[in-house]
Design a binder for this molecule. Structure first.
Ligand code: FAD
Length: 498
């Protein structure tokens, strides 16, 4: 049967926007398919980038492996530090903290996850904190880090977003990407097919293409303004719609975790880099105003300010389609939830990999578009649920923001997960979901859910056997962590190449 194609073969790719998304797309496409394509990227110095987005999750490593990026070089150039997780402070309640770390906790039995054994141990008074059984969490708490054999330490990075874009620009240009500086003044469309033909810059220059990647950030110049794709607004579940960002000088050693400190109507981030700290407040304009948010932030940061505070607005949600016609949106143009679990750069990378897997070299097919959109939708909805979890499971009732978050009506998919864990301690990761069981359990326990029961397999162990089992795990972790160097020293040595 003849293949149905909506367009002719794709050879000319135009990337609109040169933030983290634009340059990641340029790097991914040029490294994998660059010899077959003519790739141009347009960015506007006058508009600039969103200037935040500096905490990542371990999946970024997969992207860097794909690009064969040298880690030491990347870290030195982006002034990166290692990240082992996120410290959630005041989230469960004021003055109650926990860490959501990377890695796994304990060891599972085939019928029952480690949490069931821990739960039994806790009932019997022979188990420590759940975090005592996770290497990355304990290393993070003690500000220690080292690479371990066989990827024994699961980590991500904090990095300078501006430097990362420049790093990827140099990389992409080596693989043939042409950068064009200028402001897109008009998007020319084929009035019959509705596809984009060319981008006209304010200089008058025109860039024609077969495929256009919209990386224009919140403006969504191509996917939203030109292709008319609507936006699913999720602000009834995700209240935050504003942020104020401020960079400060480092005044202490960089810790290997992001700090997320819950406030009256949002939360504050602290991202330690080698040369500075990224700070910010994410908040809901329905519950506070910019001045109060800024005051709270300024009162909480230490270290001299390096930038002028900048307010950023966003609508939490996603485009109803991220690929329409010959336009694919990647990055903020495709949607944004909020920064709490550092998932946005991950979603950029997933969009790039999906696009590479379905690259329309023979012309665009509607089946590819549908598959791409379906996968993107599935992926972001699970992440959305995981983020809502942090707000809705809490003992905080001290402000209207937290009271409303704790009592909102949840997506059924999330309500089910919470009910299942609360009743039975069970958690199941669905196929292709970003967050694994370990993440769901750490956050559900951390936010204050203690399951009512555990799996019977755990009851087959006597107290002595269980104490031995648990003690072995935490003892091995303690011995390993005690031998690790300080995170700060390790980063300094690693980045200096010694
Ligand atoms: P932008 O950085 O906004 O880039 C848009 C590009 O398009 C720019 O180059 C701009 O010049 C160009 N452009 C726009 N209009 C035109 C035009 N007319 N002509 C020419 N060029 C144009 N993500 C994480 O993974 N971790 C985090 O910790 C994190 N923290 C965040 C905190 C906040 C407060 C916010 C708002 C986001 C955060 N994110 C985070 C998301 C992250 O910042 C973005 O995913 C990432 O920076 C990619 O942005 P972008 O490239 O899509 O958009």
């Amino acid at each position: 049967m003849e293949q149905q194609r909506l367009t002719k073969p794709v050879r000319r790719v135009v990337i609109a926007g040169g933030g983290t998304a634009g340059w990641m797309v340029a790097a991914g496409l040029s490294k994998s398919l660059g010899r077959l394509l003519d790739i141009k990227l347009i960015e506007s110095d006058e508009i600039g980038t969103v200037g935040v987005g500096e905490a990542t999750i371990p999946t970024l490593m997969n992207f860097h492996h794909l690009l064969e990026i040298n880690e030491q070089e990347f870290m030195a150039e982006t002034m990166a530090t290692f990240k082992l997780g996120i410290s959630f402070e005041n989230w469960r309640d004021v003055n109650e903290d926990y860490i959501h770390s990377f890695g796994t906790t304990g060891t599972d039995h085939w019928t029952a996850g480690f949490q069931h054994f821990w739960h039994k141990g806790r009932e019997r008074g022979i188990a420590g904190d759940y975090g005592d059984y996770c290497l990355e969490l304990k290393a993070g708490l003690q500000n220690r880090f080292a690479h371990l054999p066989n990827n024994g330490m699961n980590y991500a990075y904090h990095m300078d977003a501006g430097r990362y874009a420049k790093f990827l620009r140099r990389f992409s240009e080596r693989f043939g990407v042409q950068r064009v500086e200028g402001k897109i003044a008009e998007v020319r469309k084929n009035l019959v097919s509705g596809d984009i033909i060319a981008l006209r810059l304010d200089s008058g220059a025109e860039l024609e293409g077969d495929l256009f990647i919209d990386c224009t950030g919140f403006r969504a110049l191509l996917i939203g303004q030109t292709m008319g794709v609507d936006y699913d607004d999720w602000s009834h579940w995700l209240f935050n719609d504003s942020a104020v960002a401020l960079q400060t000088k480092s005044v202490r050693d960089a810790v290997p975790y992001t700090r997320s400190i819950a406030r009256d109507a949002g939360w504050q981030w602290q991202i330690p880099l080698q040369h500075r700290v990224g700070n910010g407040m994410v908040y809901s304009s329905r519950y506070t105003d910019d001045e109060s948010a800024l005051r709270t932030l300024q009162a909480a940061v230490d270290g001299e300010a390096l930038t002028t505070p900048r307010v950023i607005r966003f609508t939490p949600g996603q485009r109803k389609q991220t690929w329409k016609g010959n336009c694919v949106a990647i990055g903020l143009a495709s949607g944004f939830l909020e920064p709490i679990e550092s998932t946005s750069i991950h979603l950029i990378q997933r969009g790039i990999i999906r696009l590479m897997q379905m690259f329309p070299q023979d012309g665009i097919s509607q089946a590819d578009i549908d598959e791409y959109n379906q996968q993107a939708d599935y992926e972001i909805k699970h992440i959305r649920d995981f983020i809502i979890l942090h707000y809705t499971v809490t003992n905080r009732r001290d402000t209207p923001y937290w009271r409303d978050a704790a009592t909102m009506k949840l997506p059924p998919s999330l309500q089910h997960r919470i009910d299942l864990f609360r009743d039975t301690g069970r958690v199941f990761r669905v196929p292709n979901e970003l967050f694994a069981e370990n993440s769901w359990i750490q956050v559900m326990l951390g936010q204050g859910i203690l399951p009512a029961s555990h799996h019977q397999t755990a009851d087959l162990m006597g107290d002595k056997e269980l104490a031995h089992f648990l003690g072995n795990i935490s003892g091995t972790i303690d011995r390993t962590v005690a031998q690790l160097p300080s995170h700060q020293k390790y980063v300094e040595q690693y980045c200096s190449g010694t």
